[in-house]
Design a protein around this ligand. Sequence first.
Ligand code: NAD
Length: 480
Amino acid sequence: MQKILNYINGNLIEPHKGEFMDNINPATGKVYSFCPDSTSEDVELAIQAAKAAFPSWSAKSANDRSEILLRLANLIEKNNDKLAEAESIDQGKPFWLAQKGEIPRAKANIHFFATAIEHFASEAHPMGDHAINYTLKTPLGVVSCISPWNLPLYLFTWKIAPALAAGNCVVAKPSEITPMTAFLFSELCIEAGLPAGVLNIVHGLGPKVGPTMTTHPDIKAVSFTGGTKTGAEIARNAAPLFKKLSLELGGKNPNIIFADCDFKKAVAESVRSSFTNQGEICLCGSRIFIERGIYETFKTEFINQTKLLKVGNPLAPDTKVGAIASKVHFEKVLSYIDLAKEEGGTILSGGNSVNVGGEFSEGYFIEPTVIEGLSFDCRTNQEEIFGPVVTLTPFDSEEEVLMMANSTEYGLAATIWTENLTKAHRVSAQIKSGIVWINCWLLRDLRTPFGGVKQSGVGREGGWEALRFFTEQKNVCIKL
Ligand code: NAD
């Protein structure tokens, strides 16, 4: 069975203690490879390799770094289908989704920052004719990048690319639940000629290797995407050490449907924003608020379309909903469906695990689930479920829907459906979230700031924001 290896100082190596964990295919429930169970010794080795590589990597011109990263981007493109298949098997998502969406996006992440760095200029502030300031943006040194299991290579590269492009050396950790594409990526780094130690990938359990990655004196910044609880722990440990922190955390996103929306589009996109990637995208709309006048018609059409989504083998081309990423998460999502019933919700569609049969009979499949009849402030409507589960709630006024939409501790993304432009602007101004989509969902321009407010995170990724995060600014003032 395949052994995933750590990537440290340019080499693919076993963890220091030689220990591995089972890596499970969530569609079959069976072990299909082994993931390093690394310890702080492996992180230490990675940090020392990154430290040694930093002087030469940071001294390279932006153009030289860009060329190496562009080679890496091209290799991702060349290996698109292999990476997509690996992602689908490791994570449970439909193959076509990884093939057409996520792996091309991983390539785009690297390409975007490899080209952006060539345009990342210093500012100058002349003070009349007697002085001039210029602001240098220098790399930080060694930084940590920690990513989750829902969009594995996509989110992994989203952090690594700006860090490396800006001249930092990186110690990175993918989720232990989905380590495979980060491992395949390390092979591509070697093929692309990325100098040894510039990027180091340590696989392992978060609580075991995470603390060294976030508190080590040589780590200058931590870029983390994952759960709010983990983010809080990282902040508790790293903030007193004055490390730069970027935290992209959970969400409980509202999807607001006004009666004057383009009905057909609103229904189709709401089905997509509810169940894409089994609802395991931090941007999925999990609370759908529908203006009362169209509540019943929207509900009927939404359920009709949800029932058409085929649940099954992630590698089959007609599968729309694959497997839930892990057994623990599968049980968590099912427990929330039980909670919704206890809280008085009515299951309109789905609500059960699915036995897909054959080799998938022990896989972690859940029907796309639609629930109504819950109060906006019950736990089902306040806590992140992060699965194929949405609630429908009617509303009567803008004021009411804004109150309900803004009622959670999260504030990552929101979607608004209306053909009234003035209303769209008015409502989006009052929504408390870092991202608002009007009449669309998940339409992304990599130049735009990405991140949340409240407990959805601190800081922004994307565009110049990410390059600013991974650099230190130094102002030099010269008296003329
Ligand atoms: P998680 O917090 O359990 O794990 C995320 C990563 O952190 C993993 O690599 C894990 O090993 C590591 N980790 C765990 N404990 C750690 C510790 N003590 N120190 C350092 N690292 C540690 O999250 P998850 O379950 O993998 O991902 C799901 C969550 O991620 C959801 O809440 C989802 O909303 C969120 N998410 C947010 C965004 C965003 O951009 N805001 C994007 C995707 C996912």
